[in-house]
Write a protein of this length. Structure first.
Length: 340
């Protein structure tokens, strides 16, 4: 079976939604006046291919179209044009078979049974997916080791905290060991230690090479920690698809260094960098065009007694902000998306 049969292929997908013009003062005085309908473009001719073994970050502003794309890839929506294959199946036409190939988390929308203890929900999922008892127990034990589920899995789901429900939903998505994972904000509501454990678990899944994983999140630290490939969607179109390191090059984003001197330095006049900001002994500098990291560091060390030099690179939030601004200027008349 080829890599494509284990992954995701999106070809020429377009999706629009009907929206209505908002009522103005004149229509309020004439309540029987018909509102005009129009079509808002959520996705426009989207192509995307995710192979088995890839862990991608799908990023976009609210309304950019990423949620619509996820819903189409999971079979919740039918595209108007184009085709989608997940593990070789049409996710909409073959929803039942496709469900066995997918694990999905949707932020704060739990897939657990609200009035049942979490452990009973895991038992129901075992029967739904037809898991052998030994496989189910082994997998649940592995997930419990990371997510510490047994501390609360006898509590009805309705009484769990947000962080506890998120952990249960993640376990439910991974319980049947699916080859494709769609993770929407998988660490929302988790404390720092549990968040690190979840990232370690997902990294472990990614390194096996047996899964195609799609992560959507607003936590850029999470993207940088987990995803080697970044796909950015804006106004229903993919505006970047490539290695995480290449994202900064696309936007010509500027790198910075955070320098801590032993004592507050005198006025710095550097040949290789410009001072961006400074307070006391800490100064942030930006390299000038053509200056590499070694040149900047050498000049800083020669200028004043240095305690530390930290290469900050570029912040992902700044890169995305630049990229969104560029696409807005290039297509100011583009229709707004119908989904997140």
């Amino acid at each position: 079976m080829s890599g494509t049969d284990h992954g995701i292929t999106v070809t020429g997908v377009t999706k629009t939604f009907r929206t209505w013009d908002t009522a103005d003062a004149w229509s309020i005085r004439r309540p029987l006046r018909r509102r005009r309908a129009r079509r808002a473009v959520a996705l426009a001719d989207v192509d995307l291919r995710i192979e088995r073994g890839e862990f991608i970050g799908l990023l976009g502003q609210n309304g950019a179209g990423k949620s619509t794309l996820i819903k189409i890839m999971t079979g919740l929506l039918l595209p108007e044009e184009g085709s989608v294959r997940v593990c070789g199946l049409d996710p909409y036409a073959d929803r039942e078979r496709n469900a066995h190939n997918m694990g999905v988390t949707f932020g704060q929308r739990t897939q657990m049974w609200w009035d049942l203890p979490a452990r009973d929900s895991f038992g129901i999922l075992r029967d739904i997916y037809g898991l052998p008892p030994t496989v189910w127990r082994d997998t649940l034990t592995q997930l419990d080791d990371v997510l510490a589920l047994s501390a609360f899995w006898d509590t009805p789901v309705r009484f769990l905290s947000l962080g506890q429900r998120v952990r249960c939903d993640l376990a439910a998505a991974l319980l049947h060991r699916p080859p494709v994972l769609f993770l929407d904000e998988p660490t929302i509501g988790l404390d720092v230690l549990v968040k690190d454990q979840v990232r370690e678990l997902l990294t472990r899944y990614a390194t096996t090479g047996d899964h195609a994983i799609v992560l959507t999140t607003h936590d850029m630290a999470e993207v940088e920690a987990l995803c080697r490939r970044i796909v950015v969607i804006d106004r229903g179109r993919i505006v970047h698809d490539g290695p995480r390191e290449a994202l900064a090059d696309v936007t010509d984003a500027e790198h910075t260094y955070l320098v801590e001197f032993e004592t507050p330095p005198p006025a710095l006049h550097l040949l290789t960098a410009d001072v961006v900001s400074g307070e006391g002994p800490t100064v942030r500098v930006r390299p000038r065009p053509g200056a590499d990291r070694a040149q900047v560091t050498a000049e800083l060390l020669a200028a004043h007694a240095v305690r530390s030099v930290v290469y900050e690179g570029t912040r992902a939030e700044d890169i995305l902000r630049t990229l969104y601004g560029r696409t807005a200027r290039q297509s100011p008349a583009a229709a707004g998306g119908g989904g997140g």
